[in-house]
Design a protein around this ligand. Structure first.
Ligand SMILES: [Zn+2]
Length: 407
């Protein structure tokens, strides 16, 4: 099928140096963006191409959720799966992300007590899905009364605390990791458990020396390293050891924000929860941006929302997934707008910035010449003007329309 066409929009928020274009259009050729500009100009230049008319809608880059657990943990948390149906269920959850306007994911493979799949199994399972998926292999420490540790390269087999810093194991995790996700848990995680089940959540797992050795191994492989981290003491260790990406960074202090800026440390905020501490508030996200930190917002899904925080609209503790991405981003995005930030810069928190964390900043996350034609057709700017997935009217992945709510 000929996949070349001209797409017209009432407004295009490019998240590139082109900014916002009213009465805009894009030329899509072979799954990529060939041109972005004004409808009148492009129409006269390319009048032979078929036109898809979205002049009543907004077009923006599709969303990039760079911190998720959809394939490994979500299937058995949500459904009564067996090994025979686990991966199939995982794939249906990925399609749910696609219907939510997300075309790229950063998936964590941590090791799981009840599922014995390898990262190769996961990579193989997603091959035919119209989503760009990067995997981070990680180790994980869960804060039960008796602490347990797993790794993404040892499947369902438990490892000892000491193994977490064993250079040969760390090398294998680093080798198999595509991007700086939460490659290790600097604090023990509460995961999806209730507070009474995980009394040791938050406990610091690594010494500064251990952490420095691990960072060095990743850098020797010419890879960046990311960590799950929360609380002043643990964040200090991460900054001191030269970690590249902080995931969560709940409880980061003003001095630490300044230090992160000086070091060029990226921060993936998770306003829904994910650690033992209160998650990133809208004010925290604003402060990070004002201090010129490269900030992404991610869901960390599936996750129960952190109880009783004022900026989350959820009533109970049921697990939430990719369909709430815009909802959890909205309060922070709104506050940025009130503080005078441009809509392109604000939308970058869900598009260009997470795409850079995935190492794919030159491939997608912005609408400009040469990028993959990954975009959404919406009733407003995702997360800023709309938060309901029903307002994502169409999703395009590499030039193919993969979701269509306008039919
Ligand atoms: Zn996570």
């Amino acid at each position: 099928m000929n996949n070349n066409f001209l797409v017209r929009a009432g407004k295009i928020v490019t998240v590139s140096s082109l900014g916002t274009i009213y009465e805009g259009a894009m030329i899509i050729k072979d799954g990529r963006i060939a041109e972005v500009g004004n409808w009148n100009t492009l129409q006269s230049q390319f009048h032979s191409l078929p036109v898809i008319d979205y002049s009543d809608y907004v077009i923006t880059p599709s969303l990039v959720d760079c911190h998720t657990h959809l394939l490994e943990f979500a299937p058995s948390s949500l459904y009564p799966v067996t090994p025979a149906t686990h991966l199939l269920t995982g794939k249906s959850i990925l399609l749910h992300a696609l219907r939510s306007g997300i075309t790229a994911l950063g998936e964590q493979i941590c090791g799981h007590p009840n599922s014995d799949f390898s990262i190769t199994d996961y990579r193989h399972a997603v091959k035919d899905i119209p989503l760009d998926i990067s995997f981070a292999t990680t180790s994980i420490s869960i804060g039960f009364k008796e602490m347990v540790h797993y790794t993404g390269v040892t499947k369902s087999k438990r490892v000892r605390h000491a193994d977490l810093s064993d250079p040969s194991l760390v090398k294998e995790i680093a080798r198999q990791s595509d991007y700086p996700g939460e490659n290790l848990f600097l604090n023990a995680t509460p995961a999806n458990f209730t507070a009474d089940e995980v009394p040791r959540a938050g406990e610091i797992i690594y010494t500064l020396e251990e952490l420095k050795c691990i960072v060095k191994i990743y850098h020797q492989y010419e890879k960046q390293v990311g960590v799950h981290v929360a609380g002043e003491e643990a964040i200090e260790l991460a900054l001191e050891a030269g970690v590249d990406v902080l995931h969560h960074a709940h409880g980061i202090t003003n001095d630490q924000i300044k230090k992160a800026n000086l070091q060029g440390t990226k921060i993936v905020t998770t306003p829904m929860g994910g650690t033992h501490l209160e998650p990133n508030s809208p004010e925290n996200i604003l402060k990070l941006i004002q201090n010129k930190i490269d900030v992404s917002i991610a869901t960390d899904a599936y996750l129960p929302p952190y109880p009783s925080v004022s900026w989350l609209p959820f009533k109970d503790q049921s697990l939430l997934g990719p369909d709430v991405y815009m909802k959890i981003a909205h309060p922070g995005m709104k506050l940025l707008q009130e503080n005078g930030f441009d809509e392109n810069k604000i939308l970058a928190l869900l598009t260009a910035n997470p795409s850079a964390v995935l190492g794919k900043g030159d491939k997608f996350g912005k609408l400009q010449q040469g990028m993959d034609a990954n975009f959404v057709v919406t009733a407003g700017i995702p997360g800023l003007e709309i938060t309901d997935v029903e307002d994502v009217k169409a999703v395009y992945f590499r030039g193919d329309r993969v979701v269509d709510r306008l039919k």
